[in-house]
Design a binder for this molecule. Sequence first.
Ligand code: KG4
Ligand code: ZN
Length: 364
Amino acid sequence: MTPETQTVLGLETSCDETAAAVVRRAPDGAVEVLSSVIASQIAQHAPFGGVVPEIAARAHVETIDAIAGKALADAGVGFADLTGVAATAGPGLVGGVMVGLSFGKAVALARGLPLVAVNHLEGHAVSARLGSEVDYPFLLLLVSGGHCQLLAVDGIGACRRLGSTIDDAAGEAFDKIAKTLGLPYPGGPALEKLAQQGDASRFELPRMLLGRKDLAFSFSGLKTAAARIAEGLSTDAERADLAAAVQAAIAAQLAERSDRAMAAYAARHGGRDLRFVVAGGVAANRTVRARLEAVAQARGFSFTAPPLAYCTDNAAMIALAGAERLALGVSDPLDAPARPRWPLDEAAAAAAPTHVPGRKGAKA
Ligand code: KG4
Ligand code: ZN
């Protein structure tokens, strides 16, 4: 353990946000976000209905310098005040990951600072700690655009996969169904907005994997059913009803699996350390948050979600993951690779991959 205050510059470039942040972590674990700057590329990708990797990588190259400079200025610190640099090293679009990681390496080399090559998913895993104190261990539902997993988190770098999606991620389901409803990218927030005016009970949607006793998720059947219904809709009121039904179905599946995971987790932990955390972009969805909070309460778990601003991709969570690693005396060499795929529980991903591994390696 290094009993010193960590002041870390975090860099995030794994998808369509160029982000930089400065986070301070006291030796007692208290966290302060000194700055968090996010430059969204939504306007550049929107005409294509999704993220175009080459456009993303180029935009990161063009803005990373200014964004990092602004994060330092907003925080009122200079390079000399930093104790480390943390950059997302994967998983994500590798052209973008390389931009932030190379920038981080350059800062580390020039200023003689330790580098932490952060797993983006570990960033999400610690993101709830940016708003509240959450001790380890905890049960985590990670729901983002690329991942949908239940994990037992014993500490930084110590995650056990309990269950994962067998097809789409929850955010991916939101995005794809939003597209069939004619909503703009990114679909999740747009679908949530439309659903506010809808009646979730008008359309019957399939309940996925009902009867399965494990903690797997699946959204492909829901996606197909919603697309079929969407084709026959003509009014905005009907589309709002379908949006509400889809949102309710996704929230119900997340709640049902989380409930089962909580029961097993409580038994394994002898009824102690009952903490439930939800993180990732989909944790920004109010219906999802409310359903999960109700389940946690009924099971006697504390419930924590990150502040809304830290649910979707940001660099504060990357800086914090870096600070926690540095506090444990862990850093990475300057030749740390950018990794398109990088499961949190690498042993489980290797033994039982949820997707065909392919040339990039196992996804989750
Ligand atoms: O964590 P994140 O920003 O990026 C990844 O690491 O994937 O998650 C982005 C995902 C997208 O699929 C987006 O549509 C979804 O989170 N999302 C939402 C909401 N806000 C973001 N889904 C439903 N409701 C929202 N309010
Ligand atoms: Zn993310």
